[in-house]
Write a protein that binds this ligand. Structure first.
Ligand code: UT7
Length: 320
């Protein structure tokens, strides 16, 4: 049994917030943000537009791409740190929004690594026969948990959603599908990147807090190790991988990992300039961009990777 990616889609809110506009609100500049991060702009959800709305739009695009109907779906997994409510899960709200009343839907929380964790979970559930056709969604409205007076964090993030339709395939001739996933976490570093609120501790939503330069060092080291381990576990050399689709936190992290693993820059998909860091949505948003512009093609070997709060990190390898 293999988990095959049948379709991909994404959604970005209409409103674009440029670095120039941000520099009128906090003491920063387009030059600083571009030089330190590669970010040029981010999308921000409109008032009354929620994580579930972004997720539904991305899911519909992925279903269209897969040529499938919402009623074919019997599993929805949503990776998000910015759910509509504390409960019910955003996945059940999306399920209802898609008119699906069967199967199972739940959220997972691994912050920016959520899509990699989600792919690990979905791959397992498809392989064990628990579900046949899954929607894996990364959806975030990070703008709602930013301290818009803190220039060290508010310039870094954006809103968006990406989705994949993944199906179980018993076809022995099938060469596409997930080959390996690798996930790790270490709670020792939770205070380097966290949100200072939550239902149990503060009864508030809280804001993102980060010691960015510390996170940076761990990110490059741990992502590189995860990618190497993920490839080795699949019996594949990193040199054989056609495309790398990283979490889009900082262009310098992408460059650092590429340098360590000797990847060619043109193999590394980067959307950080246009999307900024959309947490769990960033990997499928970047992948969808490269599929739609014709770079990633059916049959290509693709590796996803991410690093986020927790710390959590990981990589996933599949033939598209
Ligand atoms: O998605 C989850 C994973 N997240 C990440 O991977 C993020 C990892 N970290 C980063 O991307 C980078 O560390 C940042 C982009 C957050 C910061 O870049 P940096 O090169 O590590 O800068 P820094 O934190 O060491 O700060 C350098 C200076 C400081 O000033 P002093 O203390 O040297 O006077 C900051 O106060 O830059 C200052 N600074 C800013 N200046 C203008 C911090 N933010 C800003 C800003 N505009 N927005």
């Amino acid at each position: 049994m293999r988990s095959v990616i049948k379709g991909i889609g994404s959604y970005l809110p209409e409103h674009v917030l440029t670095n120039e506009e941000l520099s009128k609100k906090v003491e920063t500049s387009d030059a600083w943000i571009r030089e330190r991060t590669g970010i040029g702009q981010r999308h921000v959800a409109a008032e009354g537009e929620f994580t579930s709305d972004l997720g539904i739009a991305a899911a519909k695009a992925a279903l269209l791409d897969a040529g499938m109907d919402a009623q074919d779906i019997d599993l929805i997994v949503v990776a998000t740190t910015t759910p509509d409510y504390t409960f019910p899960s955003t996945a059940t709200i999306i399920q209802e929004g898609l008119g699906i009343h069967h199967g199972a839907a739940f959220d997972i929380q691994a912050v920016c690594s959520g899509f990699i964790y989600g792919m690990t979970v979905v791959d397992s559930l498809l392989k064990t026969g628990t579900a046949k056709n899954a929607l894996l969604i990364g959806a975030e409205t990070f703008s709602r948990i930013l301290d818009w007076e803190d220039r060290t964090t508010c310039v870094l993030f954006g809103d968006g959603a990406g989705a994949m339709v993944m199906s179980a395939s018993e076809d022995e001739a099938e060469t596409a599908g997930v080959m390996n996933t690798f996930v790790r976490s270490d709670g020792a570093h939770c205070k380097l990147l966290y949100v200072d609120g939550g239902p149990s501790r503060t009864q508030t939503v809280g804001h993102v807090r980060m010691v960015g330069n510390q996170v940076f060092k761990y990110a490059v080291k741990d992502i590189s190790a995860a990618m190497t381990a993920c490839a080795e576990g699949a019996g594949v050399s990193i040199d054989d991988v056609n495309w790398f689709v990283p979490h889009q936190a900082n262009q310098r992290i992408l460059n650092g990992v590429a340098k360590r693993l000797k990847l060619r820059p043109e193999q590394v998909i980067s959307t950080v300039e246009f999307h900024a860091n959309t947490s769990a949505a960033s990997v499928p948003l970047a992948m969808d961009t490269a599929v739609k512009d014709g770079r990633i093609k059916r049959g290509d070997l693709v590796m996803l990777e991410a690093f986020g709060g927790g710390f959590t990190w990981g990589a996933a390898l599949f033939r598209y």
